[in-house]
Design a protein around this ligand. Sequence first.
Ligand code: CAA
Length: 381
Amino acid sequence: MNFSLSEEQQFLQKTARDFARSEVLPQAAKIDAEHKHPKEIVDKMAQIGLMGIAVSDEHGGSGMDNVSYVLAIEEIARACASTAVIMSVNNSLVCDPISRYGSDAQKAKWLPLLASGKKLGCFAISEPEAGSDAAAQTTLATLEGDEWVISGTKNWITNGPVADVCVLMAMTDKSQGHRGISAFLLPMDAPGVSTSPPDEKLGIRGSKSCQIFLENVRLPKDALLGALGKGFGVAMSTLDGGRIGIAAQALGIARACLEDGLEYSLQRKTFGKPIAEHQSIQWKLADMATEVDAARLLVLKAAHLKDTGKPYGKAAAIAKLFASDIANKAGRECIQIFGGNGFVTEYPAERHFRDAKITEIYEGTSEIQRLVITNYLRKEA
Ligand code: CAA
């Protein structure tokens, strides 16, 4: 077993860390307070290769592996969780399925645009009545001559208000249940596509999400992504990879809690000494450090399995379940270390606490991760 990163992985990690410290962290509080999509930062991330990390060189990406991808996400999330999820969705939920399931023409058209930051992607499976029960889709796509005609509503679509292209799931044969779902590539400027005002959210306020309304949207026959009726598999396998990205985001948030909590505890004095010298604070920091380390190992393991062509769905669910849990715990403890200052927006602790919550919900709730893990355990028994 080799715990060392390659030179290339170390280079990307340093590039992302330097960028996060100099360009993202100074803006993070403002992005949150103003609920602002950080377009300039996203453009710069594209310039340094972070928007299409695992996209092949041939298609204008960085041609790197998934270990590099999670290293970069952790660094960006440590600075700003909102920015990290914008990056994660574009990489894991849009570039990845296009790379794996797209036709040559779809790859040639979309991947260079997405990797270069000229276009941004979103992924739409959830609906008002289909969240955890992802197969309960009602968005309908009907073939009329050479065109698909699609109507329905999608919910909580991260990047939706600012996206140019959407990996969309829709029912092409209602009678077949999940085997009647197909995936499509939907340009967001297609006639009949509209969006709700952005969702007002507890956390990750710089990451814009919304509903997408589709009213008789007409797409050419070749807008299908992957085979007809295989969309549920496209979505589930895409989410396996996406969950590794969200686990890395949660890890970055937990690290932010640890680092900010440590820094504060070295300066803040009570009873005549820095609070870092009180055992009650030391235990919190030690637990946070241990859990951050454990989460990182799980995240890297899942990414490594994906890179080496091994099954990674179970490892991805385990990494997301654990990392999102410890991020929420770290968020609580970070506020406790900051005390009264943890409760006011002048300090970063309350932002970390709010940002952590969504990692237990999107790309499959913690309850769904447990269901996925147990399904693997039962199959393996
Ligand atoms: N890869 C490929 N195929 C898979 C798969 C995987 N990981 N998991 C399941 N499948 C296939 C199965 O093989 C099966 O196919 P066949 O019947 O053709 O053999 C089919 O899918 C159905 O499998 P299940 O019976 O296990 O499916 P289910 O209906 O019981 O649901 C579930 C499974 C795990 C609960 C699934 O619905 C799920 O993951 N729900 C959560 C949805 C989710 O994560 N939503 C996130 C929204 S996206 C988002 O949040 C993005 C964002 O904004 C940031």
